[in-house]
Unconditional design. Structure first.
Length: 267
């Protein structure tokens, strides 16, 4: 079987539909969280996930919307995320949509034609907020996969012990960076972000998992970013938030610090 694995859609229906059109021949779809925030179509993305009968885990932005709490995202985008959620996302979603997000599981253990996969948004040790980067090193990554205790993985923690990596396939998102990595029998796949890439490549990212070949293909597809921008402008997003969103969409990177300072000056 083939599974389409996607993450961090962030209400970008245009990017999602580009992937669905490009990635043909899959048997099921796995969504690694963060369906909402930053984009103009949160309800439509939720509807698409429901109609596709996707297997979905809850991301930190989904959790923030579903429970009315802070998203605890990175400092570079926290100011934008907070404003956008309060002024756009929450107003566009129905109570049913918010409840659906709140009921999404934090973790799934799937059997994909005999291939066991652990599915989370962040990391097994911290499903909502753990950043699992490929450059963290074996000790920190293996520790995160074991799920011994919650830890915000940023690369700055001290390593207390050197565990062996638990074998298996781990599907993770949250970093908006596309990669696959194998450590001591542990295979880690991050499909990248559908609607908000942060690796300097603005095209929508996804992965195809082929259980017969026991292989994962990472892929990208271009989409009409201008259409997303027009939809955001139609919602009346003001500056500097609009400029930050454009920068993130076209440049595929976090907005410049001066935009955050400008937002703070506005109160």
């Amino acid at each position: 079987m083939k599974a389409l694995v996607i993450s961090d859609i962030h209400a970008n229906l245009e990017a999602l539909r580009a992937i669905l059109s490009e990635a043909r021949g899959w048997d099921e779809i796995i969504v690694l969280g963060d369906l909402v925030d930053y984009g103009p179509w949160p309800g439509e993305v939720i509807d698409e996930a429901r109609s596709l009968e996707a297997r979905v885990v809850r991301g930190n932005h989904d959790h923030a919307v579903g429970y009315g709490v802070d998203c605890r995202c990175g400092e570079e985008t926290h100011w934008l995320s907070t404003w956008f959620r309060e002024n756009i996302t929450l107003k566009l979603l129905s109570p049913r949509d918010k409840e659906w997000l709140s009921r999404l599981p934090l973790k799934l253990d799937l059997d994909l034609d005999g291939l066991r996969a652990t599915v989370v948004h962040g990391s097994p040790s911290d499903p909502l907020y753990g950043y699992l980067y490929p450059w963290l090193g074996k000790d920190k990554i293996c520790k995160a996969l074991r799920g011994r205790k919650p830890v915000r993985l940023t690369g700055r923690e001290s390593s207390e012990w050197s565990p062996e990596c638990p074998r298996g396939l781990y599907l993770v998102g949250h970093t908006h960076l596309q990669f696959k990595l194998t450590l001591q029998g542990a295979r880690i796949v991050n499909p990248g972000s559908v609607g908000q890439p942060r690796d300097g490549e603005p095209s929508a990212a996804y992965a195809i998992l082929d259980t017969e070949k026991n292989a994962v293909e990472l892929a990208r597809v271009e989409y009409d970013i201008g259409k997303v921008v027009k939809a955001l402008e139609a919602l009346g997003v003001p500056e500097p938030y609009m400029g930050a969103l454009k920068h993130m969409l076209f440049k595929a990177e976090t907005p410049p610090p001066e935009m955050a300072r400008q937002a703070r000056s506005l109160g």
